[in-house]
Design a protein around this ligand. Structure first.
Ligand SMILES: [Zn+2]
Ligand SMILES: [Zn+2]
Length: 141
């Protein structure tokens, strides 16, 4: 039995693409400084999926940083066009975060939280109705 495709995505040049076969487990806007630098803007929009449900085609390069709260965050990007595609977290190896802007149709994206709000630039406007955390909230059990 094959899973039904939920979404697909690719980098700017198309060398790396993926298909996602499940709904997101959580969705967030992240204002941490590494997300700001690696995106070149005020935040990253991330959807988290079960890693087994994301099939990636094409080679990425990656860079690992240490998050304030301990774990290592590895961000993957296309070696040709530089698009940041997805990330993993050493504290939860079963999860993959997808950079929502690379998804072909991301109309389903509904962030459930804003994290690292203490780093939010005043010019980066967010939905004030969302639960907001100054740093990273504890992982849900
Ligand atoms: Zn590319
Ligand atoms: Zn971040």
């Amino acid at each position: 039995m094959t899973d039904k495709e939920f979404a697909s995505g690719k980098c700017v040049c198309g060398k790396v693409s993926y298909k996602i076969n499940a709904e997101p487990l959580k969705m967030a806007q992240c204002h941490c400084l590494d997300c700001q630098r690696s995106s070149g803007t005020g935040h990253f929009s991330l959807a988290f999926f079960n890693k087994d449900k994301v099939n990636i085609k094409g080679e990425t390069s990656f860079f690992t940083t240490k998050a304030d709260d301990g774990p290592e965050i590895t961000r993957h990007f296309c070696t040709d066009c530089g698009s940041r595609l997805f990330g993993t977290n050493s504290a939860n190896k079963g999860l993959i975060s997808i950079a929502v802007g690379c998804v072909d149709d991301h109309s389903w994206f509904k962030p459930q939280a804003i994290v690292y709000n203490k780093r939010k630039p005043s010019w980066d406007c967010m939905d004030i109705g969302l639960p907001t955390f100054e740093e990273m909230p504890p992982a849900p059990k």
